[in-house]
Design a protein around this ligand. Structure first.
Ligand SMILES: Nc1ncnc2c1ncn2[C@@H]1O[C@H](COP(=O)(O)OP(=O)(O)OP(=O)(O)O)[C@@H](O)[C@H]1O
Ligand SMILES: [Mg+2]
Length: 648
């Protein structure tokens, strides 16, 4: 068969196969064009999930008759003035969307520029282009796509139900809308309006327009349980909002990531998010968040995917480090805060079916900008370092005293037994006994009556029930703490802190282990050997294509699978430019040490010990959830308890 150049229409249909694989993809291209044209309001109308009609109306800059005619030509764009693919400030840049859509549908564009006395319209049917004719239309552009894929019946067959296609289109518009809170959006589909987003400008009442927009899309629970992020490193900025770990899902569908305003699903970014939360969530649970990365355009290649949903970073390690660092810092700043949904879920399960729902406002958090690095309770004085130090004493088991807990008994407690951690590799963390001053203060608090409960966020311990749960009274409600989960988290945080303070202890291998790898992987490891040594792993190159490991972190123990560890680290260095396998593994070990070293359910605690536990939770970052993302405590407000009993 002779080689020939394909006709233009066929070329466009082939391109359409990549660019517009379903109605939602056409919606994405059209809405992106409207945003690039500076629109403030974008209305999308669908019929039959976009299969019969997609109409996108914007109030942006519009086009002249000549521009209209050019816009539907392949590779015609107004967005690459400098012919520089590394200098892209718009969502579009290829000049491919309109000709591709025009090749597989009946496309009509009507557009008018400000200052022009008439609008112009142009139609393309299955790739056959008409001429611009005068039309009536306000300033802006209306694009109608009828009978999408009528020219490519094979594609039509693969489309799903109307509802599914509409959902996809709504999802696409939502993602773009998150990056543009100042623009109003609607999506309508035959009488329904599945999406209606007013423009968010308001700083009037101090509301953050971005958070308001995110709340409208991701839900109020997210809005109430999100932490703000704003971090910079070397010209890269990361901002947005991340959910508390206790607000989690079993998929990553609640994770919205943007690079320079472009929604992406990027492996590197998702991996960084997982890394940042690894410490708080089980592997199969995923946080909710919306993160925006602004990066100089010469440092990112956006031209790597037909639908532009993937990007490539010049410095992957920088991006990953920025994300992991900023997220961990924010989560630490949240202190022991667990999401409000925890209390809500608890109350919901108390109620019989059909009972009145509890208004959400009852659980609202007062959102507070946090300074980072500490608890973020409004109007609460945190315990002093001395108090906290002394409060740690509670963690030792009470050997000599097993009697029932009673009010006022705390002051009479015996001295504390040696630490449960005494034989752990970090035995130097053995806490001292509870200082007599603190013990009596705590006992006094325990005796305080309801009228003058000191204003501690987690309240004053009142009782232990089933030797598993601590019940405490707060100023306006009560808290139930899972003593094992809470203590496990506290011990874990302490082990990690001491690891940071004292460095990772190493253990020399009797026989150094040689690990064979690809040549590039081995030299990458050798290059980073200083950094790995800081984490307790000492290795050096061993001829070509191998490394020899001489020391490993003592925490990993004698049975560590060194080859698997080293291979994982090498893979990460290749893929991400940074390694996390070692840190994650150390954290896993700490976590299981913490589990064994913490107070079990079933152990009797005195009121003094309980109070000390509560105070330490307040002072410890991440103490609102256990290492698997489950809450360590549930808070019930008095108002809600009263509602449960029909008193309100
Ligand atoms: N809604 C609109 N308002 C104003 N001008 C528009 C609009 N839609 C398209 N255009 C013009 O038509 C041109 C072609 O649009 P098209 O979407 O085909 O390509 P692009 O946006 O430049 O690049 P890409 O293929 O990456 O989307 C744009 O560069 C722009 O000048
Ligand atoms: Mg475009």
């Amino acid at each position: 068969m002779p080689i020939r150049l394909l006709p233009e229409t066929l070329v466009n249909r082939i391109a359409a196969g990549e660019v517009v694989e379903r109605p939602a993809a056409a919606v994405k291209e059209l809405v992106e064009n409207a945003l690039d044209a500076g629109a403030r309001r974008i209305d999308v109308t669908l019929r039959d999930g976009g299969k019969a009609l997609i109409q996108v109306v914007d109030d942006g800059g519009g086009m002249t008759a000549d521009e209209l005619s050019l816009a539907v030509e392949r590779h015609a764009t107004s967005k690459l003035p400098g012919d520089d693919l590394l200098n892209i400030h718009t969502l579009g840049f290829r000049g491919e969307a309109l000709p591709s859509i025009g090749a597989v549908s009946r496309l009509t564009i009507t557009s008018r520029q400000p200052g022009s006395d008439s609008a112009w319209a142009l139609t393309v049917e299955g790739g056959a282009k008409g001429r611009p004719v005068p039309a009536a239309h306000p300033v802006g552009t209306r694009i109608e796509v009828r009978d999408l894929f009528y020219a490519t019946p094979a594609r039509l067959k693969f489309l799903k139900t109307t509802r599914t296609e509409t959902d996809h289109a709504v999802d696409v518009v939502q993602r773009l809308a998150m990056a543009h809170p100042e623009v109003a959006f609607t999506v309508a589909d035959e009488g329904r309006t599945p999406l209606r987003l007013p423009a968010q400008r308001g700083t009037l009442n101090g509301e953050d327009p971005l958070l308001a927009r995110l709340g409208a899309i991701m839900g109020r629970e997210f809005q109430e349980n999100a932490l703000p992020i704003d971090a910079r490193r070397e010209g890269v900025r990361l901002y947005g909002h991340i959910g508390l770990p206790t607000l989690n899902k079993n998929t990553t569908a609640g994770q919205y990531l943007f690079v320079n305003g472009r929604p992406v699903r990027d492996k590197l970014l998702l991996g960084a998010v997982r890394g940042a939360y690894a410490d708080f969530l089980a592997r199969d649970r995923h946080p909710l968040l919306a993160l925006f990365l602004d990066i100089p355009c010469e440092d990112v290649d956006v031209n790597v995917h037909p639908a532009k949903t993937e990007v490539r970073f010049r410095d992957q390690g920088l991006v990953r480090g920025l994300i992991v660092g900023a997220l961990k810092h924010a989560l630490a700043g949240a202190g022991h805060r667990a999401s409000t949904t925890v209390g809500q879920a608890a109350l919901a399960s108390f109620r019989a079916d059909g009972a009145r729902p509890i208004p959400q406002t009852a659980f609202q958090w007062q959102p507070q900008p946090h300074a980072g690095g500490g608890g973020s309770w409004p109007g609460i004085t945190r315990p002093t370092a001395g108090q906290v130090e002394a409060a740690r004493a509670f963690q030792a088991p009470v050997a000599a005293w097993e009697g029932p807990t009673a009010e006022g008994s705390a002051a009479a407690q015996p001295a504390y037994a040696p630490s449960i951690l005494a034989d752990a590799p970090h035995g130097d963390m053995v806490p001292g006994p509870l200082s007599p001053g603190l013990a009596s203060a705590v006992a006094a608090m325990a005796r305080a009556n309801a009228d003058d409960v000191p204003d501690f966020p987690l309240g004053i311990a009142r009782a232990q029930v089933h030797q598993t749960y601590i019940v405490s009274q707060t100023r306006d409600g009560m808290v139930i703490v899972d003593q094992h989960a809470a203590h496990e988290r506290l011990v874990y945080e302490r082990i990690k802190q001491s690891m940071v303070a004292q460095g990772v202890k190493r253990q020399m291998l009797l026989i150094p282990e040689v690990v064979e790898l690809e040549e590039a992987a081995a030299s990458r490891l050798a290059e980073r050997s200083d950094e790995l040594a800081e984490l307790g792993l000492c290795l050096e190159s061993f001829g070509t294509g191998a490394v020899v490991v001489r020391e490993i972190p003592a925490l990993l123990g004698a049975k560590a699978d060194i080859k698997a560890l080293v291979t994982d680290i090498a893979d990460e260095l290749a893929e991400l430019g940074d390694q996390h396998a070692l840190k994650e593994r150390l954290e896993e070990v700490c976590s299981s040490m913490a589990c064994h070293g913490s107070v079990r359910a079933g152990r009797v605690l005195t009121l003094g010990e309980m109070d000390a536990l509560l105070r330490e939770m307040e002072a410890t970052p991440h103490s609102g959830q256990c290492n698997h993302g489950r809450p360590t405590y549930v808070e019930l407000k008095l108002a809600d308890i009263e509602r449960l009993f029909g008193r309100r």
